[in-house]
Design a protein around this ligand. Structure first.
Ligand SMILES: [Zn+2]
Ligand SMILES: [Zn+2]
Length: 121
């Protein structure tokens, strides 16, 4: 299966996707550092972390101790569980950032936002 479109790493038997200069990321780094390109790949983190660290989640580990689902959620919300209220101190901090009173937006503010978003008639 050889095609001109194939942009894999040019190191024999590597098979990783192309990153730069004909090499995958790992081999490009090696090429940059002058390390032996054919040395066996260093085993990373994955060794200790085979699955997601979130309780009751048996998905494969992807990054930071989370599976792809929980990692994406963690990335987006700062918590692998996503939902669930933020700690109050964080809520207050965020509110201050956008100029909302510590106790939450006033009814006037809500009205204004609805208006801005075209929700109100
Ligand atoms: Zn490679
Ligand atoms: Zn998970």
């Amino acid at each position: 299966m050889t095609s001109a479109q194939h942009r894999g790493c040019k190191v024999d038997g590597c098979g990783r996707s192309h990153r730069s200069r004909g090499y995958c990321r790992m081999h490009y780094k090696r090429w940059q550092n002058g390390t032996d390109l054919n040395a066996p790949p260093r085993v990373v983190e994955v060794v200790h972390r085979e699955s997601c660290t979130v309780e009751n989640c048996n998905n494969k580990h992807q990054a930071r101790g989370f599976c792809h689902v929980h990692y994406a959620r963690w990335n987006r919300t700062g918590s692998p569980m996503g939902k669930g209220p933020l700690p109050r101190s964080e809520v207050v901090r965020l509110r201050r950032l956008v100029g909302v009173p510590d106790d939450g937006p006033t009814p006037e503010m809500c009205k204004e936002w609805e208006y801005a978003e075209g929700v109100a008639a």
